[in-house]
Write a protein that binds this ligand. Structure first.
Ligand code: FE2
Length: 208
């Protein structure tokens, strides 16, 4: 495990942590190095690509504006991968009295291990979230940031944590509307791997 801290200027770098899936999980790798991340994800057939970050959209914008801003990138990947449906999902903290309940409900939805019959493909326009991919006895926790386009292959066991105070805007790509149903495995592994808040705090401590 690297002992050195990360340079503070890399504020929006993807952060990968790899754990064993044992009862007391060990950390095998933690890195912000793009080449190291690409190598580790290639081993499990996961694609992480990067599109430009548009600062004016990071805090949220309506769906039409987001899709228009990324029109060329979206058109290219739809053509390449054959997606039939594209939309924008977002969650941003507000002052409404029900924010905490809405945030909790949204977070809970895919916080347990599951699979989908379709690839799960997300581009982070702004904010962040962690995809946990449970493959071959290891868990790859990918903290995605603005500019990250992650493709999780169908049938991959995984879960997603947006943290206790979620904030993100993401473009979603689908091959069909039914593929998005979660097939939950019943494996409680998500409860024993560090969550979004813990990993974000760990990254902050490495940078300080
Ligand atoms: Fe999922």
């Amino acid at each position: 495990m690297p002992e050195q801290g990360f340079p503070t200027q890399n504020r929006d770098m993807t952060f990968l942590t790899v754990y064993t899936d044992h009862d007391s999980s060990e950390t095998l790798l933690e890195t912000e190095d793009p080449e190291e991340i690409a190598r580790a994800l290639k081993e499990i057939d996961v694609r992480l690509r990067h599109w430009p970050v548009l600062d004016e959209l990071r805090g949220g914008a309506d769906q039409e504006r987001v899709l228009e801003a990324y029109r060329d990138e979206v058109a290219r990947i739809v053509e390449e991968e054959g997606y039939t449906f594209v939309d924008v999902a977002q969650l941003h903290p507000d002052d409404a009295p029900d924010w905490a309940e809405r945030a909790r409900a949204a977070r809970e939805k895919f916080l347990s291990e599951h699979t989908h019959d379709d690839d799960e493909v997300r581009f982070f326009v702004g904010g962040s979230g962690i995809f946990y991919l449970h493959v071959d006895g290891r868990v790859h926790a990918i903290l995605c940031e603005a500019g990250d386009l992650l493709s999780v292959p169908k049938d991959t066991t995984h879960w997603f944590d947006m943290g206790t105070d979620p904030e993100f805007t993401a473009i979603r790509f689908f091959h069909d509307d039914d593929g998005w149903v979660g097939n939950f495995t019943g494996n409680p592994i998500a409860s024993r791997i560090p969550d979004f808040d813990a990993i974000a705090a760990r990254r902050a401590s490495l940078r300080s």
